[in-house]
Design a protein around this ligand. Sequence first.
Ligand code: FES
Ligand code: FES
Length: 198
Amino acid sequence: MPAAAHRSRAHGLPGRAMNAAPYAPSPHRLTLRINGEAHTVAVEAWVSLLDLLRDRLDLTGTKKGCDQGQCGACTVLVGGRRILSCLQLAVMHEGSDITTVEGLARGDVLHPIQLAFLEHDALQCGYCTPGQLCSAIGLVNEGQARSLDQVRELMSGNICRCGAYAQIARAVADVALGPPPHESERTQQAIVTGTVPA
Ligand code: FES
Ligand code: FES
C-alpha cells in the first residue's frame, strides 16, 4: 500500500481523500414568512436566524449584542412567542411566521408597546429597544405577568446598558396590565412639594 494512502486510512479517510477538494455542503433552501411577507432563501446550515435577518435580508432592526443568548438584543417573535434569534439556526425555521421590530408598526401607526415606550421615555441609546419591544409583546402574549414586579422579572432577559429599566418596566406594564394597579405605584411616587432637595 502506498504510504500516503496508508496515512489517510489511518485517519478514517479513504485513500483519495487527502487530495480531494474541500467538502462544500450545498445551502438549504427555505421559505419563511417575515413581517407578513414570504422570503425564500438559500442558507448554509450554520447560519443563525439573527444573521439571516441582518446580513441576508437586511432587516437590521434586530440587534446583535452578545451573540450568545445573554443580552436579549436579538429577540424576535416566532408565531407570537419571543425567541433569541442568535441561538436559533435559520434552517430550523422553514415555514415560520416571524415578526421583527420592523413589522410592529402598521405604516405610520405605531404598535401600542412602541407608543408606551415613547410615553415613558423608555430608551436612551436605543440599541436594546428592538429586543425590548419584541420581548414585551411576547410577555403580553404569554399572559403571565400580574404585577409590575412580575413584569420586571419576565423582562429580565433583556439587558439595557443605559439602565432605562424603570421606564421600560412601566411602559411594558402599561400594555401588559393596563393603567391600574401599577399606576397607583406611580401616583405614590409623585413628588410632594417640599420633599425634593434643593
Ligand atoms: S445577541 Fe442574542 S442574546 Fe445577545
Ligand atoms: S437604551 Fe441603550 S442599551 Fe437600552
